[in-house]
Design a binder for this molecule. Structure first.
Ligand SMILES: [Zn+2]
Ligand SMILES: [Zn+2]
Length: 249
């Protein structure tokens, strides 16, 4: 599997870094996890044809994860997409997605292709599962396996044992790191994790690699503090992926 982040920031983006979402390439499959910002432009910048997107996974209905969805559909339609797009999301995100379709006329004939809503995907060489997460609104963690390995994405999450349990057996954990541990008592951060919590989850899961995202860059003293804090709890490889760079897992 290969991943390419289109952004690694929290709901507070910077001039250089947009909201967290990422592409996964597994064999012939191309999937996008969360739709934020200008997803079509980001796909192009990542060197991929937006029309080759097969599956979109939506973790939850917060705007930094779902806000780019309508324009992804509209631009894909304008660019000539005709084949259905599979969109994986669980309730209540699914109801919000249906509401967006109604509000913004995102179904055929206004959109040139249909969306197929589902909650899991299985092909001989790819499996995607949505698992219940722990956030301020219902969210899904995302498990992706290609027969050779697997990764788990925590989505926005409060610290807890569920992430490590879901990631066990995987090589890579993709975990949010919204704030530094020193700010853990701030009630504004409830429903999210520190970099230290991400490191602890990676260590408990037994993965070999931790990719940090949903970073509240302004909350950390300096950029490298994000990985440094996670590395206090986790001895494996830790990085905040560089946006628009492909990484082989
Ligand atoms: Zn978020
Ligand atoms: Zn959220």
């Amino acid at each position: 599997m290969r991943v390419c982040f289109l952004g690694t920031a929290s709901a507070e983006p910077t001039a250089e870094d947009g909201y967290t979402s990422f592409l996964i390439e597994a064999g012939s499959h191309l999937l996008l996890v969360d739709a934020s910002g200008n997803a079509v432009q980001s796909l192009l910048r990542a060197g991929r044809d937006p029309l080759s997107l097969e599956i979109l996974v939506l973790t939850h209905h917060h705007a930094d994860h779902l806000g780019g969805y309508p324009s992804l559909l509209q631009s894909s339609s304008c660019l000539g997409r005709r084949q259905p797009l599979t969109v994986l999301c669980a309730e209540p995100c699914r109801t919000r997605v249906r509401g967006l379709h109604e509000l913004l006329e995102l179904d055929p004939p206004d959109c040139a292709f249909p969306v197929v809503l589902d909650e899991s995907f299985r092909a001989p060489d790819l499996e995607i599962r949505l698992l219940p997460g722990n956030h301020s609104v219902p969210t899904s963690m995302v498990w992706v396996g290609d027969g050779q390995g697997c990764l788990l994405y925590s989505s926005d999450t409060a610290p807890g044992p569920a992430v490590a349990a879901a990631a066990r057996g995987c090589g890579t954990l993709i975990h949010e790191a919204t704030f530094p541990q020193a700010q853990a008592a701030d009630p504004a951060h409830s429903g999210h994790s520190s970099a230290l919590s991400a490191g602890r989850a990676a260590a408990a899961a037994g993965v070999s690699r931790l990719l940090l995202c949903h970073v509240g860059w302004r909350k950390y003293a300096y950029p490298a503090a994000v990985t440094e804090e996670a590395s206090k709890a986790f001895a494996g490889e830790v990085l905040v992926p560089q946006p628009f760079r492909w990484y082989s897992l």
